[in-house]
Structures are given as C-alpha cells and as structure tokens.
Design a protein around this ligand. Structure first.
Ligand SMILES: Cc1cc2nc3c(=O)[nH]c(=O)nc-3n(C[C@H](O)[C@H](O)[C@H](O)COP(=O)(O)OP(=O)(O)OC[C@H]3O[C@@H](n4cnc5c(N)ncnc54)[C@H](O)[C@@H]3O)c2cc1C
Length: 482
C-alpha cells in the first residue's frame, strides 16, 4: 500500500439527488471533509446513457430537465465538475493519484445497484486506504419489511399498514451548510471530457435524437412530433419546495376529491422534482405534518401521504424483484401472448400518435407529447387500453413512457404499467377500463378532452370497446386457467 504518500480527496457523486436539504450523501460528505480538513469535490459523471443516443430510452424531456437541474444545482457550489465518463472509470483514474473517499446515495434500480457494487469493489481491491460511503435514501422505509409469516409484501394495503408509522417518523436531514467547505483547487488529473455547467452547454452535450427503442426496434420521435416546450417546469430545489408549500396550504385537504378530476389541477405536480431528487419524499411528508398536525383528520392529507407510500411500495418491489422491469410479477401471466406482428406495430403506432379513436386516450397521448407529463388517471387509462384493448405488450408502453415522461421513475413506471396490465404486484381482478365511462366520470365537463385532443381529430376506434373487452377477458382467462 502506498496510501500515505497519496493526497486525500472527498468526492460526492450525485445521480438523482440534486438537492441540499435531506441529502444524506452530500450532508455526510461535507461533514466528513470539514471535520477531517480534506478537500471536497462534487462530480457529476455523464455516463453513456446520457452522453450517447442509443443506449437507453432517455428522451428529450429528461435530457432537457437534467440540463436545467444540473446547472441550477451546480451553482450552489464554488466548484462542481461535470465529466463525460462512467463513474467506475473515474474512480479507476482517481485512485491512481488519491486516497479517495466516495460518498453517494443508494439506489433501487438494478443497473445502479450493480454499478455501486462495482465502485465499492474497485475501492476495496485498492487497499484499506480507500473508502466507500453509501447512504440510505431512495427508500424511506425499511427494505426488510416482512409479513408476519416472514414473507415479503406483495400487496399494497398490508405493506402500507406495516410501514405507515415508520414513514411518518422518517428523519429529514437539515440543509447542508456549504460555507466552510475547502474545495479541491487543482486540475483533476483525469482525461475525460469536461462540460461547462451553464444550461446551454449542458443541453448541447446532453441533446440527442429523440429515439424510442422497444423490442429491438427504434423510432425517431423527432420525425413524428414537435418537441414539447418545457420552460415552465420548475428545475430548482427552492422553487420546487415553495411550489409544494402552496399546494400544502391550499389544495392538499381537498386532494381526495380532486386528484382524479381531469378538469382541474388537483394534484401536486411534484413527480418530476421527486424523480430527479430536487426534493425528498421525507421532506414533503415533514412539510405536511408541520401544517396539518394530525393527518387522521383530513382525508385529503391521508390520501396524499398514501400516494407517497405507493411510491415507496413500488421501490420496495423493485429492490426485491428487479426482474419486474422485464417480466410480469405474477409468473402465471408470463405466458400471456401479445400482438407483436405488423398489426400490433400499427396499433402501437396509432396509440402513440393519438389515433386510437378513443377520444380520452388520444387526448392523453397528446398531453404527454406536448408536455412530457400525463395525469395519473389517464396514465392508467392509456395503459389499460394499450394492453387490454389493443393487446400490445406492456413493455412497449413502459419504453414509450421512458422516452417521453419528464418525471420518469423506473419503479413507479414499472409498477404503474404492471398494475394497469393486471400482471403486477397488488393483484386485483382483471380491470378493463372503459374509455367512454372513464371520460364521463372523470372529465364530465369535457374540459380535458377539449384541451388535449389534437386539432382536426377524426380517428375511428381501432377496435370497438365491447369486442376488445371480450377478447382481453378470454386472453387473460386462458392464461389464468393454465
Ligand atoms: C402506467 C403508469 C406509469 C407511471 N409512471 C410514473 C413515472 O414514471 N414516474 C412517476 O413519478 N409516477 C409514475 N406514475 C404514477 C403517477 O401517475 C404519477 O406519480 C403522478 O401522475 C404524478 O403527478 P403528481 O406529482 O401531480 O402526483 P400527485 O397526485 O400529486 O401525487 C404526489 C406524489 O405521489 C407519488 N404518486 C402518486 N401516485 C402514484 C402512483 N400511482 N404510483 C406511485 N407513486 C405515485 C408521486 O411521486 C407523486 O408525485 C405512473 C402511473 C401509471 C399508471
């Protein structure tokens, strides 16, 4: 070991935790570097997924959002590096020169978990003088929650009952104080491309063709659509928190009444801030409890907290069953057949292009293309129609949402798709949404459809709903009885 001859460096690697409040890795990295009087450097590694086109469905909305978020976040620090490299390669380079202390937050996605393991192994194999610090963050409750029989939970309600108090008690770390930091002030001895942190430079480096990859095929969405205008989204922690404060003061107590109403803005619109980690679910929970001391007394508050626990549930499922990203949680449904022929492709394309002929579905698909976001009620409807009425594989829909949502969250997206296709955790009798009844019930004034249906719309249903429903019931029944 040559540890003593190397200089020491504390690095913090943000991934989707671009905030100063309740950020465990950042908080403890700063604390450690100040107490040990060690130089500190935050580094964002722009890996192949971000830096190249074809690796993964990271669509335009998320690329745009990251350019703005990263730029805002970087301004909190006197020095912040953005390097185009895989984090493993960065560590390999740095350990040649430094005794490094790596601080990062944990993750629930299998790819990220494997990556963290690699980084940890790299540091360990270099000797005892290298250190790796990973902090519990993505899941606010215990990943070890088990039923009385010692099994993992697979149904939401008992999971919620088990973790509810733990979630309400989960601790929020204070905003990190960056004033006393001693930043690393030399040139980093690595040869990776460096990106400036102004929004335009970041966007220029992140921008790629808007590709949708699915089942070995790819579609260039830039050929089909104008890119959405995303300027009105909030890409800054402070503003996201004040946006939530407003919702918390004025809307949350009526959340249960309006969250499904497509004609009003009845939800918090915090999903993008949560997905990129501009805010933590724990901070939102604390803010709620500060204003509404006893959540039991407000149905709206309870319902909102319960939605945050749904988010925890899908994270818990992904941690324990990483295969769900590609396979049905309920194994009996792995035998379901999907339309993968030319007819299936045409249906998928029509679904994407707002041409299914079901006005509510086509309006919602236009909403996602125009804004990078879709209401939860219509996410459920369009996913049900794609999988049940059109018989198209839920994995294709999952990929489309990956490419188009600004608030993409792997666990919630997968959970939402599997739930809507009736193949996931929290099994319920097979639900087939009727797009006309859904519109009548949740868009009774026709406000949403009028707002989002494309102009000159004249699509006829690809398949009549009752016929589609009967076909879906037989497909699912065939499999259930195997
Ligand atoms: C097919 C499908 C795909 C989805 N994909 C995503 C996704 O990629 N990213 C994502 O954040 N959510 C996803 N959801 C869940 C939900 O639609 C969004 O979280 C919600 O619409 C975001 O709007 P909001 O912030 O105004 O939500 P609010 O109603 O204000 O809820 C507050 C927060 O609670 C969480 N939440 C609410 N509903 C759910 C839910 N059903 N499941 C899990 N968490 C929930 C979200 O973090 C949300 O921001 C998906 C749902 C379906 C049916």
């Amino acid at each position: 070991m040559e540890g003593n001859s190397k200089s020491r460096l504390v690095i913090y690697l943000p991934w989707k935790d671009f905030r100063l409040t309740d950020n465990p890795a950042l908080f403890w990295a700063v604390d450690f570097s100040i107490k040990q009087n060690l130089p500190f450097l935050p580094i964002f590694t722009m890996d192949d997924g971000w830096a190249k086109t074809d690796v993964y469905n990271l669509g335009y909305p998320r690329r745009f959002a990251l350019s703005r978020i990263l730029s805002n976040f970087s301004r909190s620090f006197e020095r912040f590096e953005v390097l185009v490299c895989e984090p493993e390669d960065l560590i390999l380079e740095l350990i040649k020169e430094f005794e490094i202390y790596v601080f990062l937050n944990d993750d629930v996605e299998p790819f990220a978990i494997r990556r963290h393991k690699k980084i940890q192994n790299l540091l360990q194999t270099q000797g005892n003088d290298q250190y790796f610090f990973r902090f519990k963050n993505e899941l606010s409750v215990s990943a070890d929650a088990k039923t009385q029989n010692g099994n993992l939970y697979s149904v939401f309600t008992p999971f919620k009952q088990a973790v509810w108090d733990e979630f309400l008690d989960s601790k929020v770390l204070p905003k990190v104080d960056l004033l006393k930091i001693r930043y690393y002030d030399q040139n980093l001895p690595v040869n990776f491309e460096k990106v400036k942190t102004d929004p335009q430079s970041l966007f220029n480096r992140l921008d790629q063709k808007w590709i949708l990859k699915f089942a070995g095929q790819s579609i260039n969405l830039d050929d089909w659509f104008e890119r959405p205008n995303l300027e009105n989204w909030i890409f800054d922690e402070k503003k996201a928190l004040s946006q939530f404060d407003q919702f918390n003061q004025t809307h949350i107590t009526k959340y249960n009444l309006f969250r499904d109403d497509l004609g009003v803005e009845g939800t918090s619109k915090m999903s993008m801030a949560l997905a990129f980690g501009l805010v933590s679910a724990r901070t939102l929970k604390d803010k709620i409890l500060q204003v509404h001391q006893s959540p039991d007394q407000s149905k709206g508050v309870q319902t909102f907290l319960s939605e945050l626990v749904w988010r925890e549930f899908y994270r818990y499922i992904l941690v324990h069953f990483p295969k769900v990203l590609n396979k049905e949680f309920q194994s009996k449904y792995q035998k379901l057949t999907w339309r993968k022929d030319q007819g299936g492709l045409i249906r998928f394309e029509k679904w994407i292009k707002s041409q299914t002929g079901y006005p509510l579905v086509d309006a919602a698909m236009n909403q996602i293309i125009k804004t990078g976001w879709m209401h939860n009620r219509t996410r459920m409807v369009v996913a049900s129609i794609l999988t049940k009425n059109l018989g198209v594989d839920w994995r294709w829909g999952q990929e489309f949402f990956r490419a188009t949502l600004i608030d993409l969250d792997e666990a919630s997206n997968n959970g939402g798709w599997q739930w809507s296709a009736s193949v996931g955790a929290d099994p319920k009798p097979i639900r087939i949404f009727n797009p006309y009844l859904q519109a009548k019930k949740y868009d009774s004034q026709n406000i949403y459809i009028q707002k989002w249906l494309p102009q000159n719309y004249n699509a006829k249903p690809i398949i009549e709903h009752t016929q589609a429903r009967n076909e879906a019931i037989s497909r699912y029944k065939l499999v259930s009885s195997l």
